[in-house]
Design a protein around this ligand. Structure first.
Ligand SMILES: NC(=O)c1ccc[n+]([C@@H]2O[C@H](COP(=O)([O-])OP(=O)(O)OC[C@H]3O[C@@H](n4cnc5c(N)ncnc54)[C@H](OP(=O)(O)O)[C@@H]3O)[C@@H](O)[C@H]2O)c1
Length: 349
């Protein structure tokens, strides 16, 4: 066989807390011959998403739940075509695919698979297409433009502001002209959120005095909250929302690892605030809105090209180290989009 495939499947369902090496299996599996219209991609980078932990925790109520033996999902991969029976693609082309499974060689029909397209290396490092220009960037853009709708001068607060979705959401709100405050874990991350992503301030939720720090950085209250984490941060923010504020309910990462770390299970928000303050609180799942993906790509690509949006990624290696890469997100070790390098990147050799 010309190509030896390795497929990542769920091994053992994890206990609450960090994942272990037994969480995933990496199995050599045979590849079928290509059918007409299909292409085979060698995966170079795969996205690591916070939801990967939620998908393994039945108590997290995450939209997708995986079981032992299931293939492992990733929000995007970028790689190089190694075989093609689609005249629009040739071996050597760099391509991106969205919402696929994690394997060494991915076989797809570009006409039937989400977001398969050639990528232009001139737009930045290959992994930008599964970060700021992939599903995470799309999630940030969608939440901000369909739910948050910040106006210039309004105060926007973004949690997990140094992460994949949060770093793009904060920079988009800045580009709109809002006053943007981030929330992140640790002084180093908070400094970087301000110095690299250009946010107006960033609150360290791991330090003492979180409530006073939000008051100090949001003296005029909060008009738009981009919610990624849940728990104590959500509770404190909801108490400071302005009348007719908008809460973009994107994720609840503090509740994804079976132990409700970060206060996910402790003292939830008082939902009377939603009524008294006439809040618009709306959840969304980005994959429901793929018809808007082309508009997102045009908009965010132009922000990237004009230097108004700085993409950022943490790249880790080791095909069989997926558990550690996922732990990196629940432990806050990533800065920007976490991507897993699965093969050599010829553009970054
Ligand atoms: N609705 C949708 O369609 C959709 C799509 C994609 C992603 N999402 C959601 O978007 C959010 C961000 O996902 P992502 O993939 O971009 O991950 P990410 O933000 O790159 O990584 C997760 C970050 O969350 C922070 N964190 C971890 N545990 C925490 C806790 N207990 N309390 C507070 N913060 C904590 C960590 O940063 P610190 O160091 O700052 O703690 C970590 O870097 C997740 O909630 C995810 O489910 C939603």
């Amino acid at each position: 066989m010309k190509f030896e495939n390795i497929v990542t499947r769920v091994g053992r369902m994890p206990l609450p807390g960090a994942l272990t090496a037994e969480t995933y299996d990496y199995r050599a599996e045979p590849l079928d011959a290509l059918k007409r219209g299909e292409i085979r991609i060698e995966t170079i980078y795969a996205s690591i998403d916070a939801g990967a932990r939620g998908m393994l925790d039945p108590s997290a109520n995450y939209p997708m739940l995986l079981r032992p033996g299931n293939r492992v999902y990733t929000s995007g991969v970028v790689g190089q075509v190694v075989e093609s029976l689609d005249p629009a693609f040739s071996p050597g082309d760099f391509v991106r695919a969205l919402s696929v499974t994690r394997q060494k060689y991915l076989t797809v029909d570009p006409k039937r698979t989400l977001g398969v397209r050639k990528v232009d290396p001139a737009d930045g490092p290959l992994h930008i297409h599964i970060g700021a220009l992939g599903m995470t960037g799309f999630t940030a853009w969608l939440g901000m433009f369909t739910i948050g709708l910040p106006k210039p001068g309004e105060t926007v607060l973004v949690s997990a502001a140094a992460g994949a979705v949060g770093s793009v959401a904060g920079q988009i709100a800045k580009a709109i002209g809002a006053r943007v405050v981030g929330v992140a874990g640790g002084v180093k991350k908070c400094d970087a959120v301000v110095s690299r992503f250009g946010l107006d301030a960033c609150v360290d939720y791991k330090a003492d005095g979180l409530s006073a720090a939000i008051d100090a950085t949001c003296p005029a209250g909060i008009d738009v909250y981009f919610e990624n984490v849940g728990g104590v941060v959500q509770k404190l923010v909801m108490e400071r929302m302005n009348m007719f504020g908008r809460m973009i309910m994107c994720g609840q990462v503090s509740q994804y690892n079976g132990s409700c770390s970060g206060g996910g299970g402790a003292g939830g928000p008082n939902l009377m605030n939603v009524i008294n303050r006439r809040l618009n609180l709306r959840g969304f799942i980005s994959s429901d809105h793929m018809d808007m993906f082309p508009a997102f790509e045009r908009s965010v690509l132009s922000l990237v090209r004009s230097g108004k949006l700085l993409p950022c990624a943490t790249v880790t290696e080791g095909f069989d180290q997926l558990h550690d890469a996922v732990n990196s997100l629940s432990q806050g070790r990533n800065f920007g989009q976490q991507v897993h390098q699965m093969a050599d990147d010829p553009l970054n050799a």
